[in-house]
Design a protein around this ligand. Structure first.
Ligand SMILES: Nc1ncnc2c1ncn2[C@@H]1O[C@H](COP(=O)(O)OP(=O)(O)O)[C@@H](O)[C@H]1O
Ligand SMILES: [Mg+2]
Length: 321
């Protein structure tokens, strides 16, 4: 992967710019056959199942951030979670990964993790060490704004070693070094950069490093919260390609969170549309594009001019229009 020197620009999407949607735009191609969601699901094995997730922020007045949400992610699947800023995407992800802190409160819900070993884990019941081992080991997260959360005074190598010393106490220095090189190669950063500090890397490289950290322990599920939002479009596309390739290669599942629906349509198997704390529509990506059911989904699609082209032809080809 080429070195990235592209300057970072904050990309703003149509939705972010424009609160008022054009409700009249025709979306997708309704003449296409509806893909069979039930048949698709029947062939899948779930890796995580969240049911009835209800999360409040106990402030005055209380915020009902997530309301009775069900979300299943299958093994090796990319599930997109789309919706405007403030609709509850991050809160839901934190709920699934047990990262909620006061004033956030999980009022109701169950999360079952179907481990590759065959054991089912009741995530909500995990405590202390069990919970620490679960996170990163089974489910890792690339946090919103993560690329700015690397420690500025500790080398990248040391930060990766810290993950291993905590979670894989048996590893030797040599094994850690080998694994670091392997991870950097996986995410397309020159291993010579291991001894760099965060400020010596471009935004794109820092984000790749965060993805390397999330991959460090070979999790079965990776939650990526707006992982490319702050990046230049070209860098973003490079990273997305990498994520897709890694998913093929390593077979982990991804919950990919963004307000950027066109991007999700390209990379996701299924997409959940979130509005005011609820998942209002969930379907295969192609059905969301060509046969959206909810008015809100149609308006969301309609607010992206790039989807309104001939046949939305760039979608899922990986080629830029
Ligand atoms: N610490 C907090 N205290 C009170 N309200 C919060 C807090 N964090 C988030 N919220 C509210 O919860 C809702 C969902 O937020 P969030 O999950 O961050 O949405 P998204 O990730 O979709 O942008 C928003 O209305 C937000 O203002
Ligand atoms: Mg968020």
């Amino acid at each position: 992967m080429a070195t990235e020197n592209t300057p970072e620009k904050k990309t703003t999407t149509a939705v972010a710019q424009n609160e008022e949607f054009e409700a009249t735009v025709r979306v997708g191609d309704a003449s296409r056959p509806v893909a069979d969601l039930a048949a698709y699901m029947a062939k899948q094995t779930p890796v995580v199942e969240a049911k009835g997730m209800t999360i409040n922020y106990e402030v005055d007045p209380p915020v009902h951030a997530v309301v009775d949400v069900d979300l299943t992610v299958n093994r090796g699947e990319i599930v997109g979670l789309a919706g405007e800023s403030g609709c509850g995407k991050t809160t839901l992800a934190y709920g699934i990964n047990r990262l909620l802190k006061p004033p956030a409160l999980l009022v109701g819900g169950e999360v079952t993790f179907h481990d590759a070993s065959g054991t089912d884990i009741n995530v909500i019941a995990l405590k202390g060490d069990e919970l620490r081992m679960f996170r990163w080991d089974k489910v890792s997260m690339v946090f919103q704004g993560a690329m700015n959360s690397l420690n500025p005074v500790i080398s990248i190598r040391k930060q990766l070693y810290d993950v291993f010393t905590t979670h894989r106490p048996g590893m030797t220095k040599r094994q850690m070094n080998d694994r670091c090189i392997e991870l950097f190669e996986l995410v397309g950063v020159d291993p010579n950069r291991l001894d760099s500090f965060a400020h010596e890397l471009s935004g794109g490289m820092r984000q790749r490093v965060m993805i390397a950290m999330a991959l460090a322990l070979s999790p079965q599920l990776m939650i990526m919260d707006e992982p490319t939002t702050a990046l230049d479009v070209v860098v973003q596309r490079g990273i997305l390609r990498e994520i897709m390739r890694l998913r093929e290669q390593l077979q982990f599942a991804v919950i990919f969170i963004t307000h950027d629906l066109p991007l999700l349509l390209e990379i996701s198997d299924r997409i959940a549309i979130m509005l005011r704390g609820e998942i209002i529509e969930m379907n295969l990506a192609e059905n969301i594009l060509h046969h959206p059911q909810e008015e809100y989904t149609k308006r969301l699609l309609g607010s992206f001019p790039s989807l309104m082209g001939e046949r939305g032809s760039f979608v899922r080809t990986g080629e830029d229009s």
